[in-house]
Design a protein around this ligand. Sequence first.
Ligand code: HEM
Length: 407
Amino acid sequence: MTDITVADARQERPDYPIDRTCPHRLPDGYAALRAQGPVCEVKLYDGRPMWAIVGHAAARAILSDPRTSSSRSHENLMFPVPFPALGALNEARPLDTALLATDPPHHSARRRLFAPWFTVRRIATLREAVQTVVDDRLDTILAQGPPAELVSDFALPIPSMVICQLLGVPYEDHEFFEEQTRRRLDPVNGDAMLLLNGYLDRLVETKATRPGTTPRGLLDDLLETHVKDGNLDRFGLVMFAQELLIGGHDTTANMLSLSVLTLLQHPEQLAALKADDSLMAGAVEELLRSLSIVASLSRVATEDIELAGRTIRAGDGILISPMAASHDESVFEDAEEFDIHRTNLHHVAFGYGRHQCIGQNLARLEMEVALRSLFARIPALRLAVPAEQIVIRQGMLAGLVALPVEW
Ligand code: HEM
């Protein structure tokens, strides 16, 4: 990497990433990074020097730059791993991924195969099914409470059930895959991804050999089209299933619990939202922007890149902060203010460029249906503990450990 040694970096560069104290406000420590400009020199937990991208234009430029790679498997390239647990996961990772950690032309070819199932129009056909899942959860919460704990009773089961229905995975297995999703980030449990992979491999095998014996979904569609036509092999299908199963429940679950907390902490805006449903789509977008739950997107430079007056050398590691980019004051006025009336919605909470989240239309649909129904059916919803007692989950995805509520 550029002329700076790990020892130099340990002394001079700010630490990255920086823990949140409030879920929707950029931590104060980013001011010191911003002073360097949109492209900053930082160091990771292990002292390794990296580039951090904290400006909106620079983030979009890097995320759409063909001279970057998302692959973890380059020899001699310093893939940036922002947390120790992820480092262990990458080292133990026996498996490829379907999209996230791949580069063109492989990535573009795969993405073209899967994209038609995730268009706005296709996802809109799931609205009724999502509404049924949400209504069932709220029936249970209302029958059992008050009080309730909204992470385990609401935020986690809704996206879990929805992704099961979409893929054709039996929901009765949810505890298994939710647990493996949590365990995969625990370095002591390096077998989580293998277990998940084995489970999905057996499910795909059952679907192929005994059609109709498991719930029908996207995995069946892909088997009958792209696998049958030879465009996708079984391994590729299992990898995609794994990426969707993990990406499809963990992210949206964290967004839902943090969204409920954020709205409860802004009662005037919540009242406006309850009174005028046309504000809902903008509110969802502002929740995505202000919370930007993914801590960092990782890339490696494959060639020298000049950006905002800095030279990123081939082989350098780059970490893009969706939150810092989506809170860039030069693009978003009063960026630290949560404002559901905001009209500039060009956040990068779903990334940007070729890896931009394939599931974003589904995430938006789930958030919209879940938040609308929750506040319509439990209008008196309030926190059951002082807000200071609610623990923010740090790490790769911001979230909540628990959200106790009453009404
Ligand atoms: C609010 C919830 C979500 C957030 C904040 C989120 C965020 C992101 C981000 C930032 C990326 C880009 C990663 C990169 O550039 O390295 C991404 C990619 C991805 N997301 Fe999401 N996501 C969410 C929901 C979902 C859902 C519901 C699914 C599945 C149905 C999903 C599946 C994926 C997949 C497969 C990719 C990889 C795409 C590619 O590499 O081409 N995500 N997501």
